[in-house]
Design a protein around this ligand. Structure first.
Ligand code: 5GP
Ligand code: ZN
Length: 117
């Protein structure tokens, strides 16, 4: 069923607590934890607790939870005192998506270039 935990999903296991992560924030619907391979001084992933494969699927099926994820990106930035930061949702292998559970990358603490690579 849409949104149900998936046995083979790394981020569902982080939500369940069976794989450890450095959790920085948690709400009823979301978890935020530090990326294991940080690309900036702040690199936090904000995920819905429910399993959806990407941001578009989440927004279509559970728009309130999509809004919760976005609100949490600001809360993460506030906790790390970031005035400027970047939020990235990779969708599909060509864009670099490697984990098929919706996640917002919150990146900050250094200068950012545009366009991204
Ligand atoms: P994607 O490439 O799908 O947009 O992002 C997946 C992110 O998950 C990558 O930045 C990667 O470093 C991170 N990641 C992969 N495995 C783990 C893990 O076990 N723990 C944590 N904290 N992050 C992970
Ligand atoms: Zn999942």
């Amino acid at each position: 069923m849409a949104g149900e935990p998936q046995d083979d999903c790394l981020f569902c296991k982080i939500v369940a607590g069976t794989i450890p992560a450095t959790i920085v924030r948690e709400t009823d619907t979301t978890v935020a934890f530090r990326d294991i391979n940080p690309q900036a001084p702040t690199h936090v992933l904000v995920i819905p607790k429910a399993h959806y494969p990407d941001a578009a699927a989440l927004a279509a099926a559970a728009p309130q939870i999509a809004a919760d994820v976005l609100r949490e990106t600001q809360a993460v930035a506030d906790e790390d005192k970031l005035e400027s930061y970047r939020v990235v949702f990779n969708k599909g292998p060509g864009a670099g998506q490697t984990v098929w559970h919706t996640h917002a990358h919150v990146l900050g603490g250094r200068g950012m270039e545009w366009p991204p690579g």
